[in-house]
Write a protein that binds this ligand. Structure first.
Ligand code: PLP
Length: 387
C-alpha cells in the first residue's frame, strides 16, 4: 500500500489495475482468480456491462440532490429494498457500518425505556463506535473501550435464553463472516426469532455480507430460521460502489423527526446502479446460481482431502476453510499462485466468489488451493505474517 496511506490493512504487495468478470490483472499483467472481490463488495463481478452502462448513463444526470428533495432513483431503490421485508421502510447510507449505526439508533428509538443490547461472540458489524460496540473481537475493541456502548455478547445458541423484556435488540449475522464463516443453524435462528417476538426485542440481521443473494437467497435469514425486524445490507448492493441500507418492517414506526441523516446517503448516482444491480439479481436468478456454485466449490475443496483442512463450510458464495495452519500465510501463498482470498480469523481462509464466477474459476481455485497446501504441508506450515 502506498506510503501516503496508513498501514491499517497490511500490504498485499500487489497493485491491481483492472478486472473483468471473475478475474483481475495486476500492474505486471498477471491474472488472478478473484475470490476476494474488494472484501466481497464486487458481488456481480468486475466491469459488468449492464452496471457499467447504467453508471455511465447516471453520470450524465444528477449525482446528488440532497435527501430533502424527491429523487426517482432513490424512490425506486427504496421501493425495491422495502419489498425485501414486505412493506419495509428504508434508510440509505454509504457503507455497512453506517447501516448498522442506523439500525442501532432506530432500535433504541423504537424501544424507549429498555436498556440491553445483545450481539454474538465472534460477530463482526464494522468499525464505527456503535458498530464496534456490537463487534466481538476484543483486539478491535480494546483501544476504544472508553467510548463504546455497552453490549452483551453470547454464543448464538445462548441468545434465546438471555432475551428479556428489557432487551432493545439482538444483532446477529445469519452467516458470520469475519468471525470464521459460521452459519447460524436453523434451530437457533428460529429460537432467537421466537424469543425476540415474545419479548418485543427487535431482531436485527446483519446481512451486509450474507445478503443480496450471495448465500443462495435474497437474505440468508430465509435460510437460517431468522425472521428479522431490521435488515442491514451493503456489500454488493451497488455492485461495489459505496452504499449501505437499513430496512425495517414498516409497522414498527420510524426514526424520530430529524433523528438521523446522511449527506451522501441515497445519492442518485449510486441508487441508479443499485437499482440496476437488483434487476440483474432477479433476472439472472443469481441467488440460485450462488447456491449451486457454492456446493461445487465446497465439494471440490473437501474432495482434496488435505491433512491440514479441518472443515469446509459456508453458504452459497460465502465460504470458509478451517485449517490447522495460520490462514494469513495460506492467503499469501494462494495469491502467489494466482488466487485471491481473505482470512476470516487466524485459521480460516475465506472465499467470496462473485456471481460472475463459473465452474472453470471454481476448478482453478480448487487446483490452486490443493497445490498451495501441498507446498505448505511439505514446508511444515505457513508463516503468520500479514498477507
Ligand atoms: C457482516 C458485516 N457487517 C458490517 C461490516 C462493515 O461494513 P463496512 O466495512 O462497509 O463499514 C462488514 C464488513 O466487512 C461485515 O462483513
Amino acid at each position: 500500500m502506498s506510503g501516503a496511506l496508513s498501514g491499517l490493512y497490511g500490504g498485499r504487495g500487489v497493485t491491481l489495475v483492472s478486472g473483468r468478470g471473475s478475474r483481475v490483472l495486476d500492474d505486471q499483467s498477471r491474472e488472478y482468480v478473484d475470490f476476494f472481490n474488494g472484501h466481497g463488495a464486487v458481488l456481480f463481478g468486475h466491469a459488468v456491462p449492464e452496471l457499467v452502462s447504467e453508471l455511465a448513463a447516471a453520470s450524465e444526470g444528477l449525482w446528488s440532490c440532497g435527501a430533502g428533495f424527491e429523487s426517482p432513483a432513490r424512490a425506486e431503490l427504496a421501493r425495491a429494498l422495502g419489498d425485501v421485508l414486505g412493506d419495509g421502510r428504508v434508510f440509505i447510507c454509504n457503507s455497512g457500518a453506517e447501516a448498522i449505526e442506523a439500525a442501532l439508533k432506530l432500535a433504541v428509538a423504537l424501544r424507549p425505556g429498555r436498556s440491553r443490547i445483545l450481539a454474538c461472540r465472534r460477530g463482526f458489524h464494522g468499525r464505527t463506535c456503535g458498530a464496534l460496540s456490537l463487534s466481538f473481537n476484543p483486539k478491535y475493541r480494546a483501544p476504544f473501550k472508553s467510548i463504546l456502548t455497552a453490549v452483551e455478547h453470547f454464543n448464538p445458541d445462548e441468545i434465546p435464553g438471555r432475551i428479556d423484556e428489557d432487551t432493545v435488540a439482538v444483532f446477529i449475522e445469519p452467516v458470520q463472516g469475519e468471525g470464521g464463516v459460521h452459519p447460524v443453524s436453523e434451530a437457533t435462528g428460529r429460537a432467537v426469532s421466537d424469543a425476540c417476538a415474545a419479548s418485543g426485542a427487535l431482531l436485527v440481521a446483519d446481512e451486509i455480507q450474507s445478503g443480496m443473494g450471495r448465500c443462495g437467497a435474497m437474505l440468508a435469514s430465509e435460510l437460517t430460521g431468522l425472521r428479522p425486524d431490521v435488515v442491514c445490507l451493503a456489500k454488493g448492493l451497488a455492485g461495489g460502489l459505496p452504499i449501505g441500507a437499513a430496512v425495517w418492517r414498516g409497522e414498527l414506526g420510524d426514526f424520530p423527526s430529524h433523528g438521523h441523516g446522511s449527506t451522501y446517503g441515497g445519492n442518485d448516482l449510486v441508487c441508479r446502479v443499485a437499482v440496476a444491480a437488483l434487476k440483474l439479481l432477479r433476472e439472472r436468478n443469481y441467488a440460485a446460481r450462488a447456491a449451486e456454485l457454492g456446493h461445487e466449490l465446497r465439494a471440490g475443496l473437501r474432495a482434496l482431502g488435505r491433512a491440514s483442512v479441518k472443515d469446509v463450510r459456508g453458504m452459497g458464495l460465502l465460504n470458509g476453510v478451517e485449517l490447522d495452519i495460520p490462514s494469513l500465510g495460506v492467503v499469501k501463498a494462494l495469491q502467489r499462485r494466482g488466487l485471491l482470498s481473505l482470512a476470516a480469523g487466524p485459521r480460516v481462509v475465506r472465499f467470496l466468489p462473485s456471481f460472475a464466477a463459473n465452474s472453470n474459476d471454481v476448478s482453478d481455485a480448487i487446483r490452486i488451493f490443493g497445490e498451495t497446501l501441498d507446498e505448505l504441508e511439505h514446508d511444515g506450515g505457513a508463516s503468520d505474517e500479514p498477507a
